[in-house]
Each structure stands twice: as C-alpha cells, then as structure tokens.
Design a protein around this ligand. Structure first.
Ligand code: NAD
Length: 368
C-alpha cells in the first residue's frame, strides 16, 4: 500500500491511455475522471478500472476518439448514441448537451445509449450543478448481469446507479449517487483484490444464503486468474429489499429500454452504459434564490438531528465524498499493491516498462 498525490496518479494513468493510442486530451480526461473518483473515496470506480478499460480498448469494445451522434433532437430533448466511445468523453458531451438545452429552455431530457463505462455518475450531476442546474440520472449497464431481484437468487439486473444533484449557490452541490445494489460491483472487486471487506449480506449464493465472500461473484481465486464477475455462482443483492429492487427494475426501463441501449434481458456483445438524464433550471420554475435559501434551511435542519452514536455526525448526501476529497488531497490516494500490479500489467501491455511507470508514480509517492 502506498499513498499517491492525485497529480502524479493522473500523469501515470494518462500515460497508459496515450500509449494505448488515445489522444493526449482524451487520456487526460479519462485519467482526471478516474483519479477524481478515487479522491471521492469510491476506489471501486477509480484507477482500479484502468486494466479493464485498456482490455476493452484492445478488444474493440470501446473506441478512442469517438463522440456522440444525435439520434433525435428538439430544443428540450435529445436521444444520443455514444458509439461505444470512452464514457468519460461521451457522458461529458451528453451532459453538456443537456446543460446547454436546460440553460436555454429551463429544462431538458437527454437519453444516452451505447457508451462505454461512464464511471461515477455523481461526476455528471456535479457538472450540471456547476452550471446551476438540478439533475437526475438513471443508469443501467447492458451486458453486465450481476444483481438478483428481491427474493430471487439468479442475476437479472445490473448495479444500475442513480444520481441526483442539487446546486447550492456559492457552495458545493448536494449530490446523491449510488448503485441500486447493496454494493457496486467495483466494491466486490476491491474486496476480491484484498481491499475493504463486503458487508456479510451483500451477496446471495445459489441456495439463497447471504454472504460477504466475493468468491460468490468471481469464483474461487487462482493465481494469475483475472477477476471476472461472470465466473461466480452467486449474485449481488439489490439494496433496500423490495424498494431497491424495484428502483433497479425502473433503471433498466428508464435508462435501458427508453434510450434504446437495451436492458439486461437483451443480448449485448459488450458491457455498455445507458443513462437517462433530466436537467432542471431552478430559475425557470420560480425564484432560484428562494430555492437555495430553502435548500440551505432544510440541510441545516436535516443535519441537526442528534446522531444515534454519540461522537458521530449526520451527513448530507455527498458529505462522505467531500470529506474524502479534503483528506485525500491532503494525505494522498491510498493505492493497494494488487491494484498497482494490475495497472502495471496494463501499462506493460501497451509497451510501457515497469521502471518507467514506477518512475512516473514515485514522483508523487507520499509514503510506502
Ligand atoms: P455508496 O454505497 O458508497 O453510496 C454513496 C452515496 O451515499 C453518496 O451519495 C454518499 O454521499 C451517500 N452516503 C454514504 N454514506 C453516507 C452517510 N454516512 N451519510 C450520508 N450519506 C452517505 O455508493 P455505491 O453504491 O457503492 O456506488 C459507488 C459509485 O459507483 C457511485 O459513484 C456510482 O455512480 C458508481 N457506479 C457506477 C456504475 C456504472 O455503471 N457506471 C454502476 C454502479 C455504480
């Protein structure tokens, strides 16, 4: 385990994508997004993804240099195709399209299909909030079937995240962002690679028993065997019993079926994301300043609840990510040895030597 400065990790990751054939701009964008995700504390969706992204690029499941194409468009809505480009590029373009429309018209809806992994959905809610917009995002993951419905043991859905962002003038936005499964698949991957353990009831075995052992998802670990969530006999459970399961069901329909990206029930040659995003400009609906005042007042009321455990805090959505950002900007991003080894192997597959990678990273190493 080591702690790395965000800037050094960005440089290191960007170098791999450049070596893999991406432009300097796209490489920097992907690196920025992954490292920012590590800063928020969601290591499951940060640089641990580099080997998967590089493997997908080499397989031709994701394509460098691609942008969105418009399928349908009016002043307030658009259906866009991501052409299996990098999610960090595609989702940014789709989000900017929604921001532009909502800024002009007061609201907008953008349905995005066929994009590679768009990462942390909160990133897109934060981007909209930076433009003064409320946003709501429903996402599904066609081609990745991981989650059992409530009372089921067989996989029927993906981890289908939802994000909602509320801008607060002069302050950081309030962002709720989570997978509708007990844990995001990446968190099971982190546990499988020796990182933070899963809750004991995060997964379900084929016989209906709950477990926190990531082998239920990835199968028994063997040296040299890459983690593949298709190898395990079990499933991730939907969060919140029937409520989370129902919310995930709706993500399949709103993001997958509605956008044309498809649901977990249809066959997909590769894993993609689809995302339905709704953008609202507070000023188009009423007094934006009064809205912000009400948001501030409610947030203060909410967090003033006495904590159940003395000495802890009641946090708003986005609170833990903000704390993590402050801490990791100061102390560096912790990088597990197994995660770094995976990144090294991905770099080697692109012709970069371990020595070069160690050199790039060591420039930002805070501790070993
Ligand atoms: P999580 O379970 O850590 O929940 C995060 C949400 O809960 C955040 O809004 C956070 O602010 C809030 N939260 C956490 N602890 C809190 C506390 N003590 N008090 C108040 N609020 C609290 O997140 P997750 O489900 O593991 O998802 C992790 C990331 O994975 C998300 O960014 C999600 O978008 C991403 N994801 C992406 C995909 C994809 O296909 N692109 C799929 C699944 C998940």
């Amino acid at each position: 385990m080591r702690s790395i400065e965000a800037a050094a990790l960005r440089r290191t990751v960007a170098a791999i994508f450049e070596a893999a054939g991406c432009s300097a701009v796209e490489s920097a964008r992907v690196a920025e997004s992954l490292v920012e995700t590590n800063l928020t504390g969601h290591d499951s969706h940060g640089v641990i993804r580099v080997p998967r992204y590089i493997a997908a690029l080499k397989r031709g499941d994701v394509h460098a240099g691609r942008g969105i194409t418009i399928v349908t468009e009016t002043p307030v809505l658009a259906v866009v195709d991501g052409n299996n480009g990098f999610g960090q590029t595609i989702a940014q373009q789709a989000t900017d399209l929604g921001i532009g429309k909502a800024t002009t018209s007061g609201m907008a809806i953008v349905a995005l299909r066929h994009t590679a992994h768009v990462g942390r959905i909160g990133e897109w809610a934060e981007r909209a909030a930076a433009a003064g917009l409320i946003s709501i995002h429903f996402v599904n993951v066609p081609g990745s079937i991981l989650v059992a419905p409530f009372n089921g043991v067989e996989r029927r859905m993906s981890t289908n995240p939802i994000a909602i962002g509320i801008p607060v003038t002069g302050e950081l936005p309030i962002v709720l962002d989570f997978a509708t499964s007990t844990v995001a698949e990446g968190k099971a991957l982190v546990a499988y690679k020796g990182g933070a353990a899963l809750p004991p009831d995060a997964l379900v075995e084929p016989d209906g028993r709950t477990t926190g052992d990531p082998a239920a998802l990835y199968g028994t670990p063997h040296p040299g065997k890459p983690a593949d969530a298709r190898d395990g006999p079990g499933a991730i459970r939907a969060f919140g019993q029937h409520k989370g399961s129902g919310l995930s069901f709706m993500c399949e329909l709103l993001a997958g079926a509605f956008s044309g990206g498809g649901t977990a029930a249809s066959a997909h040659p590769s894993i993609t994301n689809a995302m339905l995003s709704i953008y609202l400009a507070p000023s188009a609906f009423g007094d934006a300043r009064a809205f912000t005042d009400e948001v501030r007042a409610f947030a203060a009321f909410f967090t003033s609840s006495r904590p159940a455990v003395p000495g802890t805090e009641v946090l708003m959505p986005g609170g833990p990510e903000q704390r993590s950002r402050e801490r990791r900007r100061r102390e560096g991003i912790p990088l597990e040895d197994a995660v770094w080894e995976g990144i090294l192997q991905a770099a080697e597959s692109c012709g970069l030597s371990r020595e070069h990678m160690e050199h790039l990273l060591s420039e930002g190493s805070l501790s070993r």
